[in-house]
Design a protein around this ligand. Sequence first.
Ligand code: KIV
Ligand code: ZN
Length: 551
Amino acid sequence: MSRFNHRKYRPFTPIEIKNRTWPDKNITQAPIWSSVDLRDGNQALVEPMTVEQKKELFALLVDVGFKEIEIGFPSASQLDFDFTRWLIEEDQVPEDVTLQVLTQARPELIKRTYEALEGAHRAIVHVYNSTSTTQREQVFRMDKEGVKQIAVQGAKDVQELAKQYPQTEWIFQYSPESFTGTEMDYAVQVVDAVTEVWQPTPDNKVIINLPATVEVSTPNRFADQIEWFCRHVKNRESLIISLHTHNDRGCGVAAAELGLMAGADRIEGTLLGNGERTGNMDIVTMAMNMYSQGVDPKLQLGDMDRIVSTVKAVTQLPVHPRHAYAGELVFTAFSGSHQDAINKCLANQSDDKPWDVAYLPIDPRDLGRSYQEIIRVNSQSGKGGVAYTLAQEYGLSLPRWLQVEFSPIVQNYAEQDGGVINGATMKQLFEDSFATDSSPYQLGRYELSKDKSDTIRADIVTDAETLSVSGQGNGALSAFCHAVGQHLDTRIDVIQYSEHALGGTDSQAITYVQTNINGTRYNGVAKHEDIVSASLQALLATVNQYLLKRC
Ligand code: KIV
Ligand code: ZN
């Protein structure tokens, strides 16, 4: 029999709740954010951060705008102790930032925690013990009362020791660890017992952090737990309800979002979701989700490259190229129809209009990314992407008929090359295909005169000789077609023509010409300061293609 046996597992037992309100709510304001990158994130690393790396990450977290930062577990780690001392002694903590540290509910650890924090202007002492059925029965082998007493004793120790450091403004935080695996009525009893010790008031609140230490249910069931807890806990108005979700089922952000709708005030998480096992809830994603709905997340995520590179450096973990908002490919379109739609919507977009661009939920420029990065051309891309790249990078506005002609050439090249084609390669391919205006025929001197029709006398230079041709037509280009056609004894018709000035410092114009020579279509392109010369050269480029094909 297969070892893959779903009967081995039990379904999560949801809390019964009537008239839940969270499904009708929307997130309309940012929560209080607390970064636990330097503690939970750090604890989960193969190689924990060095002090230097912690300093770098702390500076980033401050710049991003976190006002509460859990910096470590100083009673359990000498490095965290030293880092805490450095932050305080070197006056590294801005006035509006509150340090947070974690400690287990054990007297000797709590004492050491306060020693680490001596001299801080304000600090959150975060005490926790595990309350879940599994941990009570199998890890601690203790009954409910015994586990509750650990929490109560921890709360008392935290309160007593704080009195020895009156120069610091203390904020207390309690986490019933493994909250989601705890009976809800018991979780409420434990938290009530803790707050009975701390006696918070609406002006002097305490933080009650409800961790999904392991994510065990769908986010709606987690939200039910939060709403139920908020309804039943005593003295709700004196509590800051905080959530700390992990991502075991891949829904850490969704759970935190629904939990916020269910009544929470504060969210703990990490930048890009590093943390135990599948990680903590990702604050970048949650904050950007708010931002994309027109809600100010109260975090500055505009320098996403710095966030990504710092997090990668200190965690020594990669960031997936498809990571929401932060991955290097998330604003990139390869497919032709996506590129085409993005191209059209971007052309309609202006700074005074709400953002409304197909396939791009947010403006990549808000995260420091450029539009150039959006469209990447490979063998799946269509003419829109090719046209976009040549226009953005080289100011070439290819007419639609030429886009249609050039796109298969690019696709063919990409199929053989097997990768993304950059702008420079694309331009080279474009010139090789169409700007063939010097061999075998090159335009020499020419003269135009006008009588009833336009007349041209022109020299065509080859490697061996200079040919003189002349012809008449309705305009210079048509006269030149006539002249070259007579010389070659073939009919040349111009079927498409387009021109534009090249921007920037270039005072040149570019012309795009499509001819029909002897029943076959040819495309030519040429640049020149003089628009007539550019159009004659473009025509000659099509003639050269015909001649090369003929021989
Ligand atoms: O995941 C968890 O339960 C924790 C607690 C210590 C808050 O990290
Ligand atoms: Zn955690």
